[in-house]
Design a protein around this ligand. Structure first.
Ligand SMILES: Cc1ncc(COP(=O)(O)O)c(C=O)c1O
Length: 442
């Protein structure tokens, strides 16, 4: 079993997560439940920090969009990572957790004035500029606050990695950043350099997510360094940082063979060092923004089967108490997770099952056609490697409450986020006064 490094099995065939029996976890916290494995998250952070030491000056920002709660911010702070945020909500979460603003980097292709004011007002370390309008807006806000904003420019290096098209971001036809081709990145640099309230400290790119090949990273790093050197030498910009974004893929299925963190970082470092030498500049501070590879394999979602339906000669469905509302990845990208019958792991997996979500939508599936035992209501289903882009993408479709999330380590387990309640689901509603009086036909 390729994911057996994530869980253990007791003598009765029940899954243990960080030593905790999944039946007891559900008994205590309810279902569905997202279990985040603390030791694994910490080990992934350390793998990045250790590896990146091989390069002279580095910084690792955790891409908080992958999974964020105040507890997660604290964990990242404790492990010595910075934080990449892409909205006021992510920024406010980090600030509420007491995360040092100077170690936060702010992204976004449609940052509002309010978000930029919040970013500068709270003292975030870097704002990554994505478009021309933002340069003027940010400049005005910084001037108004009497401060100088430290900025990076997001460049689209024209690299198209082999991954789902929804998570490709470095190709020319992208909504993000300034294209290298056609001079728009040059124009952005010129505009920032002529805006005294902005201090250009670096360049940024992010070519996509769930990428297995080192080649597009190497190509992007070289293209970025060529531009970096030109900006420094010909435009006189005092640049010192290159942020290569995130994107390292993880192993969701036995057919996935992503590079290790070490291989990925070695590739980035050597590409940047080679290019620094070739283009005649000192190596910049190399920044990385991993998300999925920090938390993806550290999460397991537990569900309870509510009903089964066998359609002879066609398919067996097992419907669980969650689905696309807590994990839209299959519905959105066709992304597959390994699925296990977590309370029946020692029984033969000799039937084909499709696991369906609870929403009124045929597309609300978690997986099609996986081998599991003869499922029945009450069985526990575990969806593996759900730590990234599940809870952070969760919705309330059908007014389904978002699940609880726990942080589990040997000998301890506590909520990172409690389950939503009916009150939470109603908290935004407002009854227009004239409807309040209308009670319908008597
Ligand atoms: C700008 C930026 N940085 C970092 C990341 C994290 O990528 P990943 O989770 O693939 O490491 C993303 C994700 O889309 C991103 O948009």
């Amino acid at each position: 079993m390729h994911l057996d490094d994530v869980y253990e099995v007791d003598t009765k065939g029940v899954m243990l997560l960080a030593g905790h029996d999944v039946r007891e976890l559900i008994g205590e916290y309810g279902s569905p439940l997202i279990v985040m494995l603390e030791e694994r998250i910490r080990a992934n952070c350390r793998a990045y920090l250790k590896q990146i030491e091989c390069y002279p000056r580095t910084r690792v920002y955790y891409a908080s969009k992958a999974f964020l709660t105040t507890g997660m911010c604290r964990l990242m702070q404790a492990e010595g990572l910075g934080l990449d945020v892409a909205s006021a909500g992510e920024l406010q979460t980090a600030l509420a957790a007491g995360f040092p603003a100077a170690d936060i980097l702010m992204h976004g292709n449609a940052k509002t004035t309010t978000e930029l004011e919040l970013a500068l007002g709270s003292g975030v370390g870097r704002v990554v500029i994505d478009n021309l309008e933002e340069i003027d807006r940010l400049s005005e806000i910084a001037a108004g606050l009497g401060t100088r904003a430290r900025v990076m420019i997001r460049v689209t290096p024209g690299v198209k990695p082999s991954t789902h098209r929804y998570v490709q971001t470095g190709q020319r036809d992208s909504k993000f950043g300034f294209n290298l081709d056609g001079g728009s990145a040059d124009k952005a640099v010129g505009r920032v350099l002529s805006s005294p309230p902005l201090e250009l400290v670096g360049l940024h790119c992010h070519i996509g997510s769930q990428i297995f090949s080192g080649k597009p990273f190497a190509i992007a790093a070289r293209a970025m360094m060529e531009f970096y050197a030109r900006v420094k030498k010909e435009m006189g910009a005092p640049l010192d940082e290159l942020d290569m974004g995130g994107g390292l893929g993880i192993r969701y299925s036995p057919d996935d063979f992503p590079p290790s963190v070490k291989e990925h970082i070695d590739n980035l470092c050597s590409s940047v060092l080679d290019a620094s030498r070739d283009f005649g500049v000192d190596p910049p501070v190399l920044c990385d923004e991993p998300g999925r590879s920090i938390v993806g394999r550290a999460g397991v979602t537990l569900y309870v089967v509510q009903s089964t339906k066998r359609i002879l000669g066609i398919r067996n469905y097992a419907s669980v108490d969650g689905g696309m509302t807590d994990n839209p990845r299959y519905a959105l990208y066709g992304a597959r997770h390994q699925v296990l019958a977590a309370d029946r792991l020692s029984e033969p997996a000799d039937e084909l099952w499709s696991i369906s979500g609870r929403c009124c939508e045929s597309g609300d599936m978690l997986v099609h056609d996986v081998r599991l035992p003869d499922l029945r209501a009450g069985n526990i289903i575990a969806l593996m490697c759900t730590g990234a882009y599940t809870y952070s993408m969760a919705s309330n479709y059908n007014r389904v409450a978002r699940p609880a999330v726990v942080l589990a380590a040997p000998g301890r387990c506590a909520l990172l986020a409690r389950r939503e309640t009916p009150d939470d689901l109603l908290r935004l509603d407002n009854m227009p006064g004239w409807l309040d009086d209308e009670k319908g036909p008597a």
